[in-house]
Design a binder for this molecule. Structure first.
Ligand code: 5GP
Ligand code: MG
Length: 490
């Protein structure tokens, strides 16, 4: 795929939930769960419920708190439902891609919430279009919904899902409503997170365990890569079907570095612990003596506390200080359309405390550098208020290539580390020194082998078959036995 072009359909980094309860309405728990996942998407929010007879749906642009009012929640009848928050993609804001996506077909209704991104959506869409399916959006979620609806005309639910999994390639964590049954599906590589929780009166599925916490539920376990989980409509339990087996996973390490909440538990790791461990390793690999260590709030905080702790363990006299203050009301700098707007946003968002840094040598810790806007501005700001030296330490490896799997990470031309080495970048951001974390350290902190991670954005080699990119493994599609992979004939 040429640089700068988005993968097929809009890239989606989102949050999904599903609940199945006995004797109580699903809408409010779904609403609270979506609130807990707000960081995974701020463009739109939606809930689809089923009352045993029919589907109810409310999907709106904006934040969860703005998208639903009391009346909306009251009209979402039923004890089972799914929800979605959608991440704003660079450029267009398109309400036709807001989710959950719902369709009615001959043998029932379907609702679908998707986190991730298919890399063969266009191919499947064209095959379905040739068989008469009409599409209302250019999103890949609609492709999954149509393929599944088609399979459901011929097969039972389990076989239909299995057949669709044999057809679609890429990353997907899905919550699905088939009539009043809620399902969870995680792609065979387990790229995006998805977990199961037990709550008062039933069970739930969510992108992150923090959503289970807010409902005072109990974390049960992660959904396994290639697994289908079916929540019983009466809230009494769930069934599991391992539909696809794969030798290796391709967990996204960036979920742990930046995207997920630190209080979430993903694939047996508490994100907060991973970030602190990454910070400790950053000290081990490239610690530098300075008067103070400053986190870039909020994403750099756990890294900086791990880094400072490791430094202090070794007797280094660094002081951990919150010397940068964040204005919470500034939107994410990432989605600003122009470089000028992004720079202004960083300035509005982060303000240094002069007394903490004046006359001192400082080490600034951030989780990642993407375009370099934040680091460039921070070095300048800190020098402006009298810092003697500014050392940048980054809790992830250099990001050299785009993400096709659901994290919106700009194109190669925009990535400061694409085609430049660390010394070039140091010069460009005008820091006194700059170090990133190694890929090995990331794998160690996660307790996983590199072969089980998606490292596409830091190696430029992907665990999926993406047009115009190279792969880091044998990406032969999984064998689907028992159900023929492919689109059902008329
Ligand atoms: P830069 O300013 O270098 O373009 O971006 C780096 C900053 O953006 C870091 O502070 C990091 O926490 C944050 N960041 C990293 N990845 C993402 C992302 O996918 N979306 C958003 N909104 N911010 C990100
Ligand atoms: Mg940040």
């Amino acid at each position: 795929m040429p640089d700068g072009r988005h993968s097929e359909g809009p890239t989606e980094k989102c949050g999904v939930v599903g609940v199945s309860l006995d004797d109580r309405e699903a809408a409010r728990p779904l609403y609270y769960a979506l609130y807990a996942l707000q960081h995974r998407g701020q463009e739109s929010a939606g809930i689809v419920t089923h009352d045993g007879f029919q589907q109810h749906s409310h999907v709106e642009m904006g934040l969860v708190g703005d998208a639903f009012d009391e009346g909306d929640l009251e009209s979402l009848n039923g004890e089972t439902g799914i929800g979605h928050v959608r991440y704003p993609t660079a450029g267009s804001v398109d309400s036709s891609c807001a989710q959950p996506f719902s369709v009615s077909f001959k043998s029932g209704s379907l609702g679908l919430s998707h986190n991730g991104n298919l890399v063969n959506a266009e191919e499947v869409r064209q095959e379905l279009a040739a068989k008469g399916h009409a599409f209302t959006s250019d999103g890949d979620t609609e492709v999954i919904a149509h393929d599944l609806a088609r399979n459901l005309l011929e097969e039972d639910l389990i076989r239909a899902v299995k057949r669709t999994m044999g057809r679609i390639h890429g990353s997907y964590s899905l919550t699905i409503m088939h009539d009043d049954t809620v399902l969870g599906v995680r792609d065979p590589e387990g790229n995006r997170p998805l977990c199961i929780g037990e709550v008062d009166g039933g069970y739930m599925l969510a992108s992150e365990s923090a959503a289970i916490d807010v409902l005072d539920g109990e974390f049960v376990r992660d959904v396994k890569p290639g697994e289908l989980v079916v929540l019983q409509p009466d809230g009494s339990g769930f069934d599991s079907y391992q539909l696809v087996e794969q030798d290796n996973t391709a967990h996204c390490f960036f979920e742990h570095v930046y995207f997920a909440r630190p209080d979430s538990r993903i694939d047996d790791n508490l994100v907060y612990d991973v970030r602190r461990e990454l910070g400790r390793k950053l000290w081990d690999e490239s610690g530098v003596d300075s008067d103070v260590v400053l986190p870039v709030p909020d994403s750099g905080r756990a890294f900086a506390s791990g880094y400072a702790e490791a430094a202090q363990d070794e007797g280094a006299g660094v002081e951990f200080a919150e010397g940068l203050m964040k204005n919470r009301y500034v939107g994410r700098t990432f989605i600003m359309p122009t470089q000028d707007a992004r720079e202004r946003a960083v300035r509005l968002k982060l303000n240094p405390i002069r007394d903490v840094v004046e006359g001192k040598t400082v080490t600034v810790i951030d989780d990642s550098i993407v375009r370099g806007t934040t680091s460039t501005q921070l070095v300048q700001l800190l020098k402006d208020v009298g810092a003697e030296e500014v050392h940048m330490r980054i809790g992830a490896p250099p990001i050299v290539a785009p993400c096709y799997m659901g994290i919106d990470m700009a194109s190669r031309e925009e990535l400061i580390a694409a085609g430049q080495d660390t010394e070039d970048i140091r010069e460009e951001i005008a820091a006194d020194s700059l170090s990133y974390l190694s890929i090995d350290a990331v794998a160690e902190a996660l307790g996983e082998s590199k072969a089980d991670l998606c490292l596409g954005c830091v190696t430029g080699e992907y665990p999926y078959d993406i047009e115009g990119e190279t792969t880091d493994r044998d990406v032969a599609r999984p064998e689907i036995d028992g159900a023929e992979a492919g689109i059902a004939d008329d």
